[in-house]
Design a protein around this ligand. Structure first.
Ligand code: GDP
Ligand code: IMO
Ligand code: MG
Length: 427
């Protein structure tokens, strides 16, 4: 099973970082293929916490080669800071490979991200303010600057002039901001060119060659299914293809190379930012999930909105990603509840929907149809085999598995690298 894609099944922060890290030393390459430093992947190794934003989680595994694919948008300043912070903690970052075709985020992207959110007012998306949307918009508008452009100053200046001409009109005339000078950005980018040069290569070629040689490659997704720009709860989404299909376009490997798609699914649901969330709990119940689960954003520190597990979303994630295995995370957070409500379908204006409603309007009107599952009170963080889990926790896992229609292969019972019950090996 050499090529395995890991995606988020819900609205992000399911524990993709931990799931990727857990695959361990048998992974030869770990490839990020979309998103940017809007992601926050927390990994706990021997009690030490690492928060990664742009670097693939494989960076923490000696021997694994981390790759930033063409589909990622890179804030070079953030990347270099992240590399330095890890190096200061003794992590070897010298193996990193960066695609020459990945697009760069510049300061004007984050400025536009923030001012356009302000202009949206109550219709804002609740973005991370990292310039992700404007950088992807430039890519699609063919106004983007790519990593490879850093190495040709003439072209870089030409492209920046083109991009800034348009941006400055927007900033000055619409948003009442100061214009940005080409030279300011050029100076910033020239510094990055030197620092990044050793890592830049044709990553599609490297990754395809690795697969040809029978090596194991993990494609690590950021964000998640319902934040995908096509398949998510548009417009309350991120601006990239966070579903499994994005692994191909975002890294330059063909679809027929993918052997396995693993979706990470939290035992309840969280969301950061605005947008519909049928099972959200606003009162003490949501507060309890947030406190027990430590549900505060890794990137922005914002409290995550919390609610019950939603099987409609699980089934949808299985379908659009072609999920072969689910990793169910944070089961330990549910310990101590007498009953655990699980959403099995939606009621939309009196009509039952077992699958995701077709329109945005229907999804906004969806109210959950709950089934109450019996809870458990025993501490499960020490569980390493299915038999170690109390009967009701086992039943919770099996019931969810039936509801989402694909096998649950790993169950997370704590944040630590070893705090899991493995039912089926993923590699
Ligand atoms: P990602 O963005 O999908 O990688 O997820 P985040 O790292 O943003 O959020 C998941 C959080 O849950 C992190 O703080 C993890 O350390 C933690 N975590 C992951 N799996 C488990 C688990 O099974 N139990 C508990 N209690 N925490 C977990
Ligand atoms: P990981 O990889 C949770 C959300 C933002 C906002 C929307 C658009 O850690 O799961 P953006 O800045 O991307 O334009 O914001 O997407 N969002 C995330 N929510 N986890 C993430 O990443 C997210 N990345 C973006 O909160 O609602
Ligand atoms: Mg996260």
């Amino acid at each position: 099973m050499p090529a395995i894609v890991i995606v988020g099944a819900q609205w992000g922060d399911e524990g993709k970082g931990k799931a990727t890290d857990q695959l361990g030393e048998s992974v030869d390459y770990c490839v990020r293929y979309q998103g940017g430093n809007n992601a926050g992947h927390t990994i706990v190794v021997d009690g030490e916490k690492y928060a990664l934003h742009l670097l693939p989680s494989g960076i923490l595994t000696p021997g694994c080669i981390p790759v930033i694919g063409n589909g990622v948008v890179i804030d070079a300043g953030v990347l270099l800071d992240e590399m330095k912070a890890l190096a200061d903690r003794g992590v070897d970052t010298s193996r990193l490979l960066i695609s020459a075709n990945a697009h760069l985020i510049s300061s004007y992207h984050s400025t536009i991200d923030k001012v356009s959110e302000r202009f949206l007012g109550k219709n804002k998306i609740g973005t991370t303010g990292r310039g992700i949307g404007p950088a992807y918009a430039d890519k699609i508008s063919r106004l983007g600057i790519r990593v490879g452009d850093l190495f040709d100053e003439k072209i870089l200046r030409q492209k920046l002039e083109g991009a800034l001409d348009q941006k400055n009109h927007l900033l000055v005339k619409v948003y009442n901001r100061r214009a940005i000078g080409v030279d300011d950005i050029l100076i910033e980018f020239k510094g990055y060119a030197e620092a990044l040069r050793p890592y830049v290569c044709d990553t599609s070629r490297v990754v395809n060659a690795a697969l040809d040689a029978g090596q194991t490659v993990v494609f690590e997704g950021a964000q998640a299914t319902l934040l995908d720009v096509d398949h998510g709860t548009y417009p309350f989404v991120t601006s990239s293809s966070a579903t499994a299909g994005g692994a191909c376009t975002g890294s330059g490997i063909p679809p027929n190379r993918i052997d396995r798609v693993v979706a990470v699914l939290k035992a309840y649901t969280t969301r950061v930012g605005e947008g519909p969330f049928p099972t959200e709990q606003h009162d003490a119940v949501g507060e309890r999930l947030r406190e027990t689960g430590g549900e505060f954003g890794t990137t922005t520190g914002r409290p995550r909105r919390c609610g019950w597990f939603d099987a409609v979303i699980g089934r949808y994630a299985a379908r659009v990603n072609g999920v072969t295995d689910f990793v169910l995370t944070k089961l330990d957070v549910l310990t101590g509840l007498e009953r655990v409500p699980v959403c099995v379908a939606y009621d939309v204006d009196g009509v039952r929907h077992d699958e995701m409603p077709m329109t945005q309007t229907d999804f906004h009107h969806a109210t959950p149809v709950y089934e109450q599952l019996p809870g458990w009170s025993e501490d499960i963080r020490g569980a390493r085999e299915l038999a170690d889990l109390p009967a009701n926790a086992r039943a919770y896992v099996r019931t969810l598995e039936d509801m989402v229609g694909r096998r649950i292969s790993v169950v997370g019972v704590g944040p630590g690298r070893d705090e899991s019950v493995v039912l089926h090996d993923l590699l």
